[in-house]
Design a protein. Sequence first.
Length: 465
Amino acid sequence: MQASATPREPTPTSFVGVDVSGTFSARPTQDAARAPETPVTFKLGRFVGAGKFAWVYEARAPSGERVAVKLLTRDDVQAVRRFQREIKVMRELPPHPNCVSYRGHGALDGRAWVAMDFIDGFTLHAIAKGGTRLPQRAACSLMAQLCAGFEGLHRLGLTHRDITPDNIMITSADRQVKLMDFGLVQDSQGLLQLYEQADILDGKDFIDDLDAGLIAGTPEFMAPEQILDPHEQERARQKTDTTADVFALGTIFFQIISGQQLFPYEQGARGATGKQGLVNYLDYRVRLRDDDIKCPSDVGPELWSIIRKSLAREPKLRQRDASELGADIRYYLETGQGVLDDDMSATISHEFDAARMRSIVQPLTSADFDTIQRAAIAAAAPPAELNKPITQGRVRPTADAATVIEGSQVDLTKSSGMAPSAARIAEARAAFDAAEPKRRTWLWVSLAAVVFAAAILIAFFVTKK
């Protein structure tokens, strides 16, 4: 009697040519109701790449239109719930030219999938890998577009939490920046939780706390509060919100304008590898202060004031969301002005070199785009291995051979040594909060000064009349 063959784990090529069927239902605008569900079908084509939880395929609709289909490859509870979260977030976001759009979702042999715009272009990872230093006008134009892509996300009070060069694409055809990957989005303001409670959204994916005791994100681009918050038992004391995304945007802005990563993993790991290297790095990050971040050479004080504000250790001192950061950048491009040292919500009022600014105000040029594209080609990764079984995860070796799972979580509820000690976290948290009374005093003094000045002006005009 012949023994039965053992079923083989599927590989990325196993699904090429397969039809996937599901539904489409999204919001045409931010304030509009979601459209009724309509059936959709896509045929999976070539395998494009692998992510943390999924494989990505180029697919075609019956009309011939190209889309990207992201197919979940893991069946653990965390991965499934986060994938469902990602689908819900994409359905709630209205179409935006700087954000990848939802095109439908469904399941294939029990594996969830979501379809989105197919982006023909390359990621900003090329800039990070090649150390390319973009011209200032190009860097500002890219950042302004990227900030615009957060409009729908931040308006809903959602925090992306994994803004990295890998999750930002530039289209080859029209030079548009596109924000991608919503797998680690946090419902910071609780709006999607309310939708689930009111049965506006199916399931309980946001009501349940998947993040308890977890650090979520990519370490080099995390805001300090993303590292510290998992130690806070009370949600009200946690500080991660849209300002954490502003911090991550600041780290990317710094990198593309200087050609250097702001918080290199090798520097923070202090020669250690593996878990100990990550412990050292997280400890290094929570100990950094604003004065430790230095202005890159050839970056003027006006532009640096905007970048520095986005990188403030205290979330309240940053731009409130990506829209505010984008407004600062656009205002700088138009006027050459930045933000004041003593009032980070105001603008600098002084003369500027108009001739110098004309060279910066220009939109992204063909030459600038070619610079980025050449860096992308030079840094192109080798073809993905197509024979890896579906059970293998994706890890990114750091320069010192440590491995950090990209965009994944570090579980602080287990004694794995994957985080700074409780004493050091407490010390960092104390330092983090120590300046609060001084800031409040400063705000009250500033408010009193404004009221006093207004009273003098009113008295002057009344007397003059």
